[in-house]
Design a protein around this ligand. Structure first.
Ligand code: ATP
Ligand code: MG
Length: 349
């Protein structure tokens, strides 16, 4: 069974939008499987898109988070820590089509929750408790809250996607400790190249380690406990089209990010997922590990705003906030869906 964390240590690269499109399309393409989205970002953006988008999606998420026992990641984490067990998933899970009929009926959500931000210091406190003889190592136990959840699911049935926050906060740490693979959205700019470097440094540490903080990092703690970390499965070039006006600069930025990824691969291929044929050149590496979300623009954004997978949109005029008539044409839909499919096709169930 595979579980995918959509993460990049840079904000706004398209993590939540990609989670929405890829998880819903994956569910459509694999009707025999159950898809679970776990939203570990306090902004809860992918939860809002999945639960209807716009004002409706926001209201649905607020409702779930306002329950006495929140039907959200906050409810789940609280229950795990209070009971020291694997919570009963059905107490916290939402079948998305119950709230948003535009979605396939085999996709489920453990909703994001703004209170995750408020709860983060308490989760950190739990993780950094002094170990007590005979009891589980607190850092290990807390960091595996979602790892235990994923392990408890039947791998023949479920595929899991985590949406994450760009910061390497405790909730992001919980997501990367649970996922087997990483999907890394990147834009064609310098910060994306730097963020790719930071991603590896945060997961595995720097060489040499920082002379003071080196012992206290997530990387050092995870390595000393023998944690297995997710493998980079795919870097997804997103919103590349907005840079294409300046074609030369666009190409140069994309090349620089690709170079950064390839140099990480050459340094340690074990940090990348295993593919049927191993990459033996830069060109092969790029074809196996880099996907591009082309021309995803109007159709993709309107679809997300309406909480509707691209496959279920029709050529029409759609209201988007103050503009009642945003035109989506069939060509945009076809190209947008092909772009999403090009990513979904690179994922295994
Ligand atoms: N392919 C795309 N084409 C056009 N707009 C896009 C595309 N992908 C994302 N966007 C837009 O870019 C903005 C940021 O996207 P999104 O919220 O998915 O990023 P994120 O990485 O989840 O951000 P954060 O780091 O804040 O969680 C949104 O307004 C979204 O609609
Ligand atoms: Mg997001």
């Amino acid at each position: 069974m595979h579980s995918y964390a959509i993460w990049n240590n840079k904000g706004g690269t398209g993590k939540s939008t990609i989670t929405f499109h890829v998880a819903s399309r994956f569910a459509e393409q694999h009707p025999e499987r159950k898809v679970l989205v776990i939203d570990l970002c306090p902004q809860a953006n992918s939860s809002m898109l999945l639960l209807g988008g716009g004002i409706l999606g926001e209201a649905n998420v607020l409702d779930l988070c306002s329950n006495v026992t929140p039907k959200s990641v906050v409810g789940y984490i609280s229950n795990a820590i209070l009971t020291r067990s694997v919570p009963k998933l059905s107490d916290f899970l939402v079948k998305i089509s119950d709230l948003n009929q535009n979605m396939p009926n085999n996709i489920y959500l453990l909703s994001g929750d703004g209170n995750l931000e408020l709860m983060a210091p308490a989760i950190n406190d739990e993780a950094s408790r002094t170990p007590f003889p005979g009891l589980a190592d607190p850092w290990d136990w807390v960091h595996k809250i979602f790892h235990r959840l994923v392990s408890s699911l039947d791998g023949d049935e479920w595929t899991v996607f985590f949406d994450t926050n760009p910061s390497f906060a405790i909730y992001t740490e919980l997501a990367v400790c649970a996922a087997s693979r990483l999907l890394v959205p990147v834009n064609a700019d310098d910060s994306s190249r730097v963020a790719v470097k930071a991603l590896f440094a945060l997961l595995y540490g720097t060489n040499p380690p920082h002379q003071f903080f080196g012992n206290y990092t997530f990387a050092a703690k995870a390595a000393s406990r023998g944690f297995s970390l997710p493998k980079v499965h795919l870097a997804i070039g997103n919103r590349f089209t907005q840079f294409k006006g300046a074609a030369a600069a666009f190409a140069a930025f994309s090349e620089a990010t690709a170079d950064q990824l390839y140099s990480e691969f050459v340094a340690d291929p074990a940090r990348f997922s295993v593919k049927p044929n191993a990459a033996t050149s830069r060109q092969e590496f790029l074809s196996l590990y880099v996907g591009e979300l082309r021309d995803f623009n109007t159709a993709g954004v309107v679809a997300a705003h309406h909480g509707t997978p691209l496959s279920r949109m029709r050529q029409d005029y759609y209201p988007v906030h103050s503009d009642p008539d945003v035109k989506v044409n069939s060509n945009q839909l076809r190209v947008g869906l092909a772009a999403v499919d090009s990513v979904v096709d690179m994922l295994d169930p």
